[in-house]
Design a binder for this molecule. Structure first.
Ligand SMILES: Nc1ncnc2c1ncn2[C@@H]1O[C@H](COP(=O)(O)OP(=O)(O)OP(=O)(O)O)[C@@H](O)[C@H]1O
Ligand SMILES: [Mg+2]
Length: 427
């Protein structure tokens, strides 16, 4: 059986060929590896360098590797936040010619942290609530797309900062199943698994003394159900309005957009006596603001960041002389948006020295600056310009900031980094 690399991008196999496929992943030499924190897993997982990319390599049997690869590709096509599948390597043999397990390769999700590392310093309950919000949004998005996760847990999720909140990414799709649509029973079952898994993970943290004393692991597990149910109801409920109050429908659509969801279709029906109107939206995947910002500016950000940046972009546009919505002779929004990126967004972000940015990407940094501008303006009761904000931020905020999400500095050691892969706990 010959070594075979199946990849999503034709350029990847060449880069991946340099990795030592004839050595079991556990024994890979240090110089191939990147010491970033990893979550708990049954399989051996390592981060390795492939060209300019950092990739996550997971060793598992051929069939599940191919299956997970296909599932991740499916999620990618559906625009669901999950790790990007890059390749599957099969037909590995060691130097003696004995077979080795296949591997699944995904792109390392930059700026993300496994929850265990986030809990290394006891996490405030408010932060835990925000993680649950993010996880509930992810689960709802998966369910709307007909994907039953089968093993939703904190260790199968990666969290990234998103404008002061978090965005959750699916990292382990092995148990997933795709259906045209999920029944209430299927969704309930999936949610129940999430609850049990999360409570178990929090009990583990409690046992190791890393849980805030006010958090009850069992009760906190219910949190995911509460948040999921609330969001699902808001997205899918039927609303009944008095006839002639069509703006109620607009209001509902706007609220759904604010939650980050789009309405693909809607059913509107009048009651037989004509007094009331029922409205059922068919809600589709989130990413409304994300797509709009990407279309306008080419910036690819998280949803909350996109909403924030779009607000700033829109208020900036309104100050431009050639801004006149609806006027065919005025500048197109794309043109104005590019000007904003060139004259406002980029120079502002670049004014923050690289070594002070920690793990914050440009969009998160810009969001932080907007927050700081708001704070300074409120305090002084008048508008503060961005240059002043940047100066104040660099002098007064950045030095004192503990960057809880930043990966260890290059080559630094970390308890979980080059360490062992715990066994059993994820099963
Ligand atoms: N692309 C990636 N980017 C960042 N981290 C990753 C990536 N892929 C895997 N990891 C890390 O490796 C850990 C284990 O991966 P994964 O959950 O896929 O392994 P597993 O053995 O299938 O887990 P389980 O025990 O749940 O079956 C994750 O929790 C995550 O921390
Ligand atoms: Mg896992």
């Amino acid at each position: 059986m010959a070594l075979q690399i199946s990849a999503t991008n034709p350029e990847h196999p060449a880069l991946l060929l340099d990795l030592p496929w004839d050595i079991p992943l556990e024994e890979w030499p240090e110089h191939h590896l990147v010491p970033l924190p990893r979550g708990i897993s049954r399989h051996v997982v390592r981060y390795a360098r492939a060209g300019t990319e950092v990739v996550a390599v997971k060793e598992l049997a051929e069939r599940p590797a191919l299956r997970e690869y296909e599932l991740l590709r499916g999620l990618d096509r559906l625009n669901i936040p999950s790790v990007d599948p890059l390749a599957v390597v099969t037909g590995r043999t060691d130097k003696a010619g004995d077979p080795l397990e296949s591997v699944l390769i995904t792109r390392h999700l930059g700026g993300s942290m496994p929850y265990r590392s986030m809990f290394e310093t006891t996490m405030r309950p408010a932060t835990m609530h925000r993680l649950m919000d993010a996880l509930a949004v992810l689960l709802v998005r998966l369910h709307l797309a007909g994907f039953a996760w089968g093993d939703c847990s904190l260790s199968n999720t990666l969290f990234r900062r998103d404008a002061g909140a978090y965005a959750a990414y699916l990292v382990d799709a092995e148990t997933g199943e795709v259906h045209p649509q999920l029944s209430p029973g299927q969704r309930e079952y999936d949610l129940d698994l999430a609850r049990v898994n999360i409570s178990g993970e929090l009990l583990d943290l409690e046992a190791s003394g890393a849980l805030h004393p006010s958090v009850d692991p069992i009760e906190f597990g219910m949190e995911i159900c509460k948040r999921y149910d609330g969001l699902w109801r808001e997205l899918t409920r039927t609303s009944v309005y008095p006839a002639g109050k069509h703006h109620y429908i607009d209001r509902r659509i706007r609220r759904l957009n604010e939650l980050g969801f789009d309405v693909a279709e809607m059913q509107i029906a009048h009651s037989s006596n004509g007094d009331t109107v029922t409205f059922v939206p068919k809600v589709v995947d989130a990413g409304h603001h994300q797509r709009q910002l990407l279309r306008l500016t080419g910036l690819d950000t998280e949803e909350n960041q996109a909403r924030r940046l779009l607000n700033d972009l829109e208020s900036w546009m309104a100050t431009q002389d050639d801004y006149a919505p609806g006027d065919p002779l005025a500048a197109r929004p794309e043109v104005l948006a590019h000007r904003w990126v060139r004259d406002v967004f980029r120079p502002t972000v670049r004014a923050i020295p690289l070594d002070l940015r920690g793990s914050m990407d440009p969009a998160e940094l810009y969001h932080e600056l907007l927050e700081h501008r708001w704070y300074l303006s409120e305090r002084s009761q008048h508008d503060i310009d961005l240059d002043t904000v940047v100066r104040d931020y660099v002098t007064n905020i950045l030095p004192g900031m503990r960057d809880s999400l930043s990966p260890p500095a290059g080559g630094g050691t970390n308890a979980q980094a080059g360490g062992t892969t715990a066994t059993g706990e994820g099963a």
